[in-house]
Design a protein around this ligand. Sequence first.
Ligand code: CP
Length: 324
Amino acid sequence: MKNNQLTDSGQLRHFLTIEGLKKPLLTEIMDRAEQFSGITHRQVKKVPILRGKTIVNLFFENSTRTRSTFELAAKRLSADVMNFNISTSATSKGESLLDTLHNLESMHTDMFVVRHNQSGAAEFIAQHVAPDVSVINAGDGCHAHPTQAMLDMFTIRRHKQEFHNLRVAIVGDILHSRVARSQIQALATLGVGEIRVIGPKTLLPSDCQTLGVHVYHNMETGLEGADVVIMLRLQLERMQGALLPSAREYFHCFGLTEDKLKLAKPDAIVMHPGPINRGVEIASSVADGPQSVILEQVTHGIAIRMAVMSMALGAQSEQHEIPA
Ligand code: CP
């Protein structure tokens, strides 16, 4: 079946979801990111790959990491970037999403980077842009956050090299997490040996088993022998009704402490997409501890987003050699 994110020749045009993408494409994104990550250590952190292109960051929902790293990534590729400020825009005067989009498109935009609290918003925008415009999903509702998943895969590959022999545990609010959904799809596509999800019944999707994961409601059992532990925030803004007794009780059962981490492999890495809530899903001593790669994830977000943006805008890396 044709994937509407790809061109007829199989090249990336939009990046809306990991679902339906094949392993070689995910690997190509990580390989490109590997090339781009070297740029960060140069005196001039820029390459001319997207010179003359215009990228609009269209964030309808708050963000620290994703918006900043998309902006930096675009600038490092020499694109012109505009951060569209929703709170000071005509959206507050009742302008519709499509009218806003078409007005921005008329400024010869080549790419929209979209974050929205509604699942499917990025896909909707992708269906309404001109054929030469790309759309990147920077997180839509509970649905998908594909560049976050790819920077997480990149971080895992940097530390563990191979995927097939890994046991990865994702802990917390899986039900409301677009990050977890995209991570599970990416981990499965890359052939991870075992994917575990750990959380209370109220925070796991009812169709969990169909995702090809092993489900644990006991954190201690679920962490045993894990190579990678991914902690998730409680997404209170997306919860309807009381799904938890209290934050204190939650931390007792599902918070990652130094003692619980000892159940994973000694060289396990601890990840978190952020923002972290210290003392709710993770203890400070773990978040800031030697096994944490949380800030590395943020750094890798720049290279991954450079890779995705350059691929979606058709820039061939071989045409723009990235000197070592
Ligand atoms: N990981 C993530 O999406 O963080 P932000 O909400 O700060 O972008």
